[in-house]
Design a protein around this ligand. Structure first.
Ligand code: GLN
Length: 333
C-alpha cells in the first residue's frame, strides 16, 4: 500500500489535506499518544489475542486515493463482525431494498450483538449489524451452492479491498465453526419463527466464512474508502457494490454498527462505522475517506478500546463528525 497519492486529485479541486505534512504528522502523533496510553481492556477475542495486545494499526484512504498508514498497518486480523457490512451489501444487491427490508430491519436493538431478541411486530431481526440480522443477510446471498455463495461474497470483499488475494483463513473458520452454538441456536429459533429459510449449516458457513476473511488496516481502509466513494474502489476503479444501496449500508452502520454503543459512537465520533470482536473498526465518511484501526483490546461492548479512542480524537481534531458544525483549521477535505 503506497503512502502517497495513487490517483491524483482532479486538477480543478485542491489536493486533499491528507497529503499535507502537518496533517500526517498530527495523525502519527495521535497514534503515538494512544499507543502509549494505558487502556481499560475488558477482554480479548479469542483470549489468545492478548498476546497481540500492543499491536495497533491505523490507516486512512481518501476518496482521491491518497492514503496514510501508521503502526502495524500490515498485520492481518479476521474481519469478524465487520464482514456484516459487506454481507448486507450483497444481500441488497441480490434481492433489492424492499425484499431485503422485509426480512431484516434497520432499527438499533440496544442489545449485545449476539442477543436472542427480534423485532416481534415485523417478524424479523432488528438490523443486519447484529448476528441474527447478519445470519438472515447471509441466507439472502444468492448462489446455487454453499461454495458459490461464499465465493461470491469473498469476491465482493476483494473488490472492496482492491486485493484479489484476500481470503478466508481456514484455521479461523474452523475455530469459528467449532464455537458457534449460540449462532446455531439463533438460526434455528429464527427458522422456527419463519424469519429464516433454507439450510442452517449453509447459512452459518456463509456468515462465518465472511467473518474469517483476514485483512490489514491498509486493506480495510480501502474498503471503507470504497463505501465512502459510493461503492467505487478509489484505487482500482472497480465497482464493489451498486451505488443505489450505499446509502442504506452507511445508514445501518451509523445507527447500528458499534453494537450497543452505537449511540455513544455517533455522539462522540459521528462517522458510519462497524467493529468486530477481533479488535478492528472500519469507518466510512461519505465523499471523503475510509479509516481502519486494529487493536485487539476490547471494551465491555466488544469494541476496540484504542480504536474507539483514536477515532474520537481524529474526529474531533479534523472535524470528521457528520454533524460537525465547524471545521477546525486542521480539517482535511
Ligand atoms: N464470529 C463472531 C460471531 O458470530 C463474530 C462476532 C463479532 O465480531 N461480534 O459470533
Amino acid at each position: 500500500m503506497p503512502t502517497t497519492g495513487v490517483a491524483e486529485a482532479d486538477g480543478a479541486t485542491p489536493p486533499p489535506a491528507l497529503r499535507a505534512a502537518a496533517v500526517r504528522a498530527r495523525i502519527h502523533e495521535l497514534h503515538r499518544r494512544h499507543a502509549a496510553e494505558p487502556v481499560d481492556v475488558v477482554s480479548y477475542y479469542p483470549p489468545e489475542a492478548e498476546a497481540r495486545r500492543d499491536v495497533f494499526g491505523l490507516s486512512g484512504v481518501h476518496v482521491s486515493g491518497v492514503s496514510v498508514s501508521v503502526g502495524q498497518s500490515t498485520e492481518r486480523f479476521p474481519l469478524q463482525s465487520i464482514s456484516k457490512v459487506f454481507t448486507y451489501a450483497l444481500a441488497l444487491e441480490d434481492n433489492g431494498r424492499d425484499a431485503t427490508l422485509a426480512r431484516v430491519g434497520v432499527e438499533p436493538s440496544g442489545d449485545p450483538y449476539n442477543s436472542i431478541t427480534f423485532d416481534e411486530a415485523h417478524r424479523r431481526p432488528h438490523n443486519p449489524m447484529i448476528n441474527s440480522g447478519a445470519l438472515v443477510a447471509a441466507a439472502l446471498v444468492h448462489g446455487r451452492t454453499r461454495a458459490e455463495r461464499i465465493e461470491r461474497l469473498v469476491a465482493r470483499l476483494r473488490s472492496f479491498a482492491g486485493n484479489p488475494t484476500i481470503d478466508v483463513d481456514p484455521a479461523i473458520l474452523d475455530q469459528q465453526l467449532r464455537a458457534t452454538d449460540r449462532n446455531l441456536g439463533l438460526a434455528y429459533i429464527m427458522r422456527s419463527l419463519r424469519m429464516l429459510d433454507g439450510d442452517v449449516d449453509d447459512t452459518l458457513a456463509v456468515y462465518l466464512s465472511a467473518c474469517s476473511v483476514t485483512v490489514t488496516t491498509d486493506e480495510l481502509a480501502v474498503m471503507g474508502a470504497t463505501l465512502a466513494n459510493g461503492g467505487l474502489n478509489p484505487l482500482t476503479g472497480d465497482r464493489a457494490m451498486p451505488v443505489a444501496h450505499v446509502r442504506d449500508v452507511l445508514s445501518v452502520m451509523l445507527t447500528c454498527g458499534m453494537y450497543d454503543a452505537a449511540g455513544q459512537w455517533f455522539h462522540d465520533v459521528g462517522i458510519p462505522a462497524k467493529s468486530g470482536v477481533s479488535g478492528g473498526i472500519v469507518a466510512a465518511l461519505p465523499g471523503r475517506l475510509g479509516i481502519a484501526v486494529y487493536s485487539p483490546g476490547l471494551d465491555a461492548h466488544g469494541n476496540s478500546v484504542r480504536g474507539v479512542n483514536i477515532c474520537r480524537d481524529l474526529s474531533d481534531h479534523f472535524g470528521l463528525h457528520v454533524f460537525a458544525a465547524e471545521r477546525p483549521d486542521t480539517a482535511f477535505a
